[in-house]
Design a protein around this ligand. Structure first.
Ligand code: GLN
Length: 219
């Protein structure tokens, strides 16, 4: 099984390091072009700057290649900017330009919600079904999940706030597990990616494309 890390911009080496620790260096690879994407069984979308990553995805032809694979149940883990790119919709940034999104996760996301004074912080995160100590959440200019639609399920919380969601084989986290040294979440993502796609999961992802926007208020 090969796990790719989108390597256009952002904290790519950290993700590649974490993936290599979970699946072995020979099974972790950088994805820069549509050809690279065809070689991997799952993909990590790193943190970084979502507008830059979106522009580079488009320029490299990876946007359409990734959209097609997502519609067929491709496992993708998006962290921070990665989550922003997977979201069904974004809350418009005040005066800012927002990236287009892949609409693979039924959530509404607000970028840079924590503002400048609290650009980065660490906080314990409770992950559904994860045994042992809380997960060490590293939040860097984090987005906030402001609404969750019916197709998404909650994966992780920081107190009352939802900081991780899943829709089928697509996961989105507002924090950075690759910077925490804790591999438990990545191990779980890889384990689910190894399981064969169920036909219902594929249909759900495909139908999600034409469904109405995320509606369940969450804030
Ligand atoms: N604020 C960034 C964005 O909107 C995301 C920050 C991150 O990935 N750490 O793209």
């Amino acid at each position: 099984m090969k796990i790719g890390v989108l390597a256009l911009q952002g904290d790519v080496p950290e993700h590649l390091g974490a993936v290599a620790r979970v699946v072995g260096a020979g099974h972790a690879c950088a994805v820069r072009r549509a050809d690279d994407l065809a070689d991997v069984d799952a993909l990590v979308l790193p943190g970084g700057e979502s507008t830059t990553i979106a522009a580079l995805l488009e320029k490299t032809g990876l946007w359409s290649a990734l959209s097609e694979r997502l519609a067929r149940g491709f496992p993708v883990l998006g962290t921070c900017a990665g989550l922003i790119l997977l979201a069904r919709e974004l809350e418009p940034s005040p005066g800012g330009r927002d990236p287009p999104t892949l609409k693979a996760l039924d959530v509404r996301v607000h970028r840079n919600e924590y503002g400048s004074q609290r650009e980065s912080f660490e906080a314990p995160v409770t992950v559904d079904g994860l045994r042992g100590a809380p997960f060490p959440g590293v939040f860097i200019r984090a987005p906030r999940i402001v609404a969750i639609g019916p197709r998404a399920r909650i994966l992780a919380r920081r107190g009352e706030e939802v900081v991780g969601v899943q829709e089928g084989r697509v996961w989105g986290l507002t924090f950075h597990p690759e910077l925490s040294g804790d591999l438990r979440l990545l191990e779980r993502f890889v384990a689910q990616a190894q399981r064969p796609v169920s036909p219902t999961a594929t249909t759900r992802t495909a139908t999600a494309k034409s469904a109405p926007p995320a509606s369940t208020a969450h804030r």
